[in-house]
Design a protein. Structure first.
Length: 94
C-alpha cells in the first residue's frame, strides 16, 4: 500500500507535528530552532504540548526524522552530511 510519505520525492522543509495533530512548518533553509521561535510568537509552546520533530515533503506531508532519511536516500537528494545514517537533521541537508 502506497502512502503519501512513500510517494514523496524530496524533503522541502522543517516541521514540528504537535500532539494535537497540528503542524508548524517552514521551508528550507530554515532549521528546527526557527520553528520554536515562530511557535513562541504564535503563543504555542511545543514542549508543553508535546511534539515530534520532522520535515515536510514536496507533497506537503509531515514525516519524522527516520522517514525523512529514507526519502532522502531513496530519492538521491543531495546531502551536506553524507555520513548521516538513521535520522535526518536539517544540518544534513542545508
Amino acid at each position: 500500500m502506497m502512502t503519501a510519505a512513500n510517494d514523496a520525492r524530496r524533503i522541502t522543509g522543517v516541521a514540528l507535528r504537535l500532539a494535537d495533530g497540528s503542524m508548524v512548518a517552514l521551508p528550507a533553509p530554515f532549521r528546527h530552532h526557527h520553528l520554536f521561535s515562530m511557535s513562541a510568537l504564535l503563543g504555542i509552546d511545543p514542549d508543553s504540548i508535546g511534539h515530534t520533530p520532522g520535515f515536510t515533503t514536496d507533497l506537503g506531508v509531515f514525516v519524522d526524522r527516520a522517514a525523512a532519511m529514507g526519502i532522502v536516500k531513496a530519492s538521491g537528494q543531495r546531502m551536506r552530511n553524507e555520513s548521516a545514517q538513521h535520522e535526518l537533521f536539517s544540518e544534513d541537508l542545508w
